[in-house]
Design a protein around this ligand. Structure first.
Ligand code: DMJ
Length: 801
């Protein structure tokens, strides 16, 4: 038999049997004992050193941006130059953040004040006033422009006036930044002209909604529409022009009306004209996160009770349906008992911080602890991870949310554990993200590969929260307790509520009852976070005592990140050896009676190993049921087929039983398939199209493939060296719509490499079948049986003779 990939699957099974005999097992896990270390107090000296290290980090990134990228919106830290909209090759929708308005500098202004660097702040404000302009024919995201630009300008304006008063400086400043934010606010306003009052997701800075590209605009996310009020209220109160606040309140009111009346939950994507939900998934992460944050913070900033009542109603619903112990799992807003995803996204890491602000400390400690485990397991928190902490999407753009929550938890509890967590996060950034020209996002936490991207929030939030965590109130020039942090960590003073209050007071239209204002939270005085955290350290499998305590550690409960478990396993005579690339976190277990602490523990070790083997087998059976196959006939014999493993998708029809789709394979041009159409659209008709992962969502590639008439789509991974043999297969997620009618499967790089090699070898196009792997196996087995039968029939006459 030649070394083919279908065989490599079988080979994998066979290897497992060999492991059985040899009693060695491969288990996906990461060795880490740090979670069980008791919290060490951090000395003032160390804390001050970390604060200074955070300051150095800031200047390393800021100077890299100013010297190599300004006036661009962002620094590209690998190529060490600026990212300009319309000049730098487009990354698709992601680039809607950019408006060629020096976003990183504007987003960073208030951090300079927090750092006490008034000279650089003054210089930077002058640059912004001199260089930044908004009259560009560019479509931008309303949400991002508001939180980063409007918020950045407003906060800098407020701080400039503060410095004039308290630091006797910047006397030349006459409110220019406020004028700029007002101008930008006006440029965003056309987006609010919808029948619901809920703003469009995007607007053209110069043309408003008159840009022909925006003609079909109708979908937005809940967070996109619901994260306006803080900035717009501040804008109105500071300029005296009510329009901004009026529009933002109206958007919030309209969103509130769209909640599901039964569950009180919100969906993630909606139609701004009809108010219909497009995606009914409801969680606290991507697409919805800062809507909840702005409800609560609007109450804090503006003192309007209705926002507290609304927040509480949603909060109770989230805690009832979405929260699952420390995890937060999306449900369907109209069927809240049904989980709609089995993974969480890293954006939800802001939630414990919000819980702290709202006074619900215990679940905040729990969720934070869960996230910390994920971080320790994968170095950074990946963009999405499954309930068993496997990576669903390995990217990490140096997001702030986890550090933000760590900061708020430290402020609320004074527990030095949070300083230690912050230290770990800081050192990790230094070790794995720092490059000579700034800090680079991580493309995949498994490989640690960098991406040429440093988002503006790295300076405005990630490093700012680190600096704040390690600073004492007396180290800071302003009293941060007198400010609300916007979702982009810009500072808006609580005193804003006193400005023009009468002009902007709104009728109480919602019917709230006293219950909406009551939520019992555990008192922080009685709460000892360590006690809450401890039982959670192994919460996936429960807490397991050591074998010496009488009970044997079962393979089901075993966690390689738990030091007690590691010790127990060691006592049972089991040694663990890392295999392959450490980043993949694989260890092999060997058992020997000689190494066991006692004969009894040696016996336990044997049982443990047997259980582990059963588990491994079960896992592969489950995986097999979901696995898809891309099969083709071998070069040598057209009757001899082999199959490469592939993952399914949530948004395309499932091929069941003996169903398959057959066609010649063709590569999309361009390979990422993110554009409106394909250069080889004609050729792709009826074929099995291949597109590479990246630049746009899986489902948009699928829609394009369907549009050009492809029979099926294979999305191949963009992470070199990835393989289904070494990492768990996953199912691609969609956006809740079921308009994709062709099968779509995912292939890791190694498997696709094999397919691509065959394609290149063949003179004729390569014909493949996309089908279920189980079905392929069944089909092969049946074929082998038939062949055996034919062989025995063919032999029969001879025997009779
Ligand atoms: C920031 O721009 C804001 O914190 C926003 O609310 C969410 N996304 C990024 C950081 O991850």
């Amino acid at each position: 038999m030649s070394a083919t990939s279908s065989e490599s699957f079988v080979h994998g099974q066979r290897l497992m049997l060999i492991f059985l005999v040899a009693l060695c097992i491969v288990v996906a896990c990461v060795l880490s004992t740090e979670t069980t270390m008791p919290t060490q107090n951090m000395s003032n000296k160390e804390r001050a050193e970390l604060r200074e290290e955070a300051r150095d980090m800031f200047y390393h990134a800021y100077n890299a941006y100013m010297q190599n990228a300004y006036p661009a919106d962002e620094l590209m830290p690998l190529s060490c130059k600026g990212r300009y909209r319309g000049v730098t090759p487009s990354r698709g929708d992601m680039d809607d953040i950019l408006g060629n308005f020096s976003m990183t500098l504007v987003d960073t202004l208030d951090t300079l004040v927090l750092l006490g660097d008034f000279t650089e702040f003054e210089h930077a404000v002058k640059l912004v006033i001199r260089d930044v302009q908004f009259d560009s024919d560019i479509i931008v995201s309303v949400f991002e422009t508001n939180i980063r630009m409007v918020g950045g300008l407003l906060s800098a304006h407020i701080l400039a006036e503060y410095l004039q008063k308290h630091a006797d400086t910047m006397h030349w400043y006459k409110g220019e930044l406020l004028e700029m934010s007002r101008e930008l606010g006006y440029r965003l306003l056309p987006a609010f002209n919808t029948s619901t009052g809920i703003p469009h997701a995007r607007v053209n800075l110069r043309l408003g909604m008159k840009d022909p590209m925006l003609k079909k605009s109708r979908e937005t996310c809940t967070a996109c529409a619901g994260t306006i009020l803080l900035e717009f209220a501040a804008l109105s109160r500071l300029t005296g022009d009510p329009i901004f606040e009026v529009r933002a309140h109206a958007a919030m009111d309209a969103l509130w009306k769209l909640r599901h009346r039964g569950s009180d939950l919100m969906g993630t994507v909606l139609n701004v004209h009809s108010g219909d939900w497009v995606r009914r998934d409801s969680g606290v992460g991507a697409g919805i996160d800062s809507y909840y944050e702005y409800l609560f913070k609007s109450y804090v900033l503006l003192g309007d009770d209705k926002y507290l009542a609304r927040f509480n109603r949603h909060y109770n619903a989230v805690m009832k349906y979405v929260s699952e112990g420390p995890m937060l799992l999306d449900v369907l807003m109209h069927r809240p008992h049904a989980k709609s995803k089995n993974f969480m996204d890293s954006l939800l890491a802001f939630w414990p911080g919000l819980q702290v602000l709202s006074g619900d400390l215990k679940p905040a400690v729990q969720t934070h602890e869960m996230l910390y485990q994920v971080m320790q397991m994968h170095t950074f928190i990946p963009e999405a991870f499954t309930v068993d902490f496997q990576i669903h999407w390995g990217q990490h753009p140096l997001r702030p949310e986890f550090i933000e929550s760590t900061y708020f938890l430290y402020r609320a509890t004074g527990d030095h554990h949070y300083l230690q967590v912050g230290k770990k996060a800081l050192k990790t950034l230094q070790q794995y993200a720092k490059v000579s020209c700034g800090y680079a996002a991580v493309n995949d936490v498994r490989t640690g590969k960098h991406e040429d991207r440093m988002d503006s929030f790295v300076l405005s939030e990630t490093i700012k929260y680190l600096f704040l965590l390690f600073s004492d109130p007396q180290d800071l020039i302003i009293n941060v307790d007198e400010f609300v942090f916007t979702t982009e960590a810009h500072l808006l003073p609580l005193s804003i509520a006193q400005l023009g209050n009468a002009t902007f007071s709104f009728r109480q239209t919602d019917e709230h009852n006293v219950l909406d204002f009551m939520r019992t939270c555990p008192s922080s005085n009685r709460l000892f976070p360590e006690k809450v955290r401890k039982p959670l350290r192994n919460f996936i499998t429960g807490s397991c005592p050591r074998t010496t305590a009488g009970k044997r550690l079962s393979a089901l409960d075993f966690q390689a990140s738990n030091a007690d478990h590691l010790r127990a396993v060691y006592d049972m005579g089991i040694t663990m050896v890392s295999v392959g690339d450490r980043s993949q976190g694989k260890v092999r277990l060997f058992h020997s009676f000689y190494n066991a602490k006692s004969h009894e523990e040696g016996e336990m070790g044997l049982q443990f190993m047997q259980e582990m083997l059963e588990l491994t087998k079960m896992q592969s059976i489950n995986q097999l049921a979901q696995l898809q196959a891309v099969a083709y006939a071998t070069d040598e014999n057209p009757q001899d087929w082999i199959a490469l493993m592939a993952g399914p998708s949530h948004f395309s029809p499932e091929l069941t039983g003996d169903q398959f789709v057959q066609g010649d394979v063709i590569l999309a041009k361009p390979l990422r398939a993110c554009d409106e159409s394909l250069e080889n659209a004609e050729e792709a008709k009826g074929k099995v199209l291949v597109a590479e992962r990246g630049d746009c969502t899986f489902v948009s590639k699928a829609r394009l493939a369907q549009k050009v008439g492809a029979a099926a789509l294979i999305v191949c991974d963009n992470v070199p060296g990835s393989s289904g043999e070494t990492q768990p297969m996953f199912a691609m997620s969609g956006d809740g719509k079921d308009d994709v009618l062709i099968p779509v499967v995912f292939m890791y790089s190694m498997e696709f490499g094999k397919l691509s090699a065959v394609m290149q070898r063949r003179k004729q196009p390569l014909r493949v079948r996309v089908m279920q792997m189980v079905e392929f196996k069944r089909w092969q087995l049946a074929k082998e049986q038939r062949q055996n039968q034919t062989a025995s029939v063919a032999q029969k006459p001879d025997k009779e003779l």
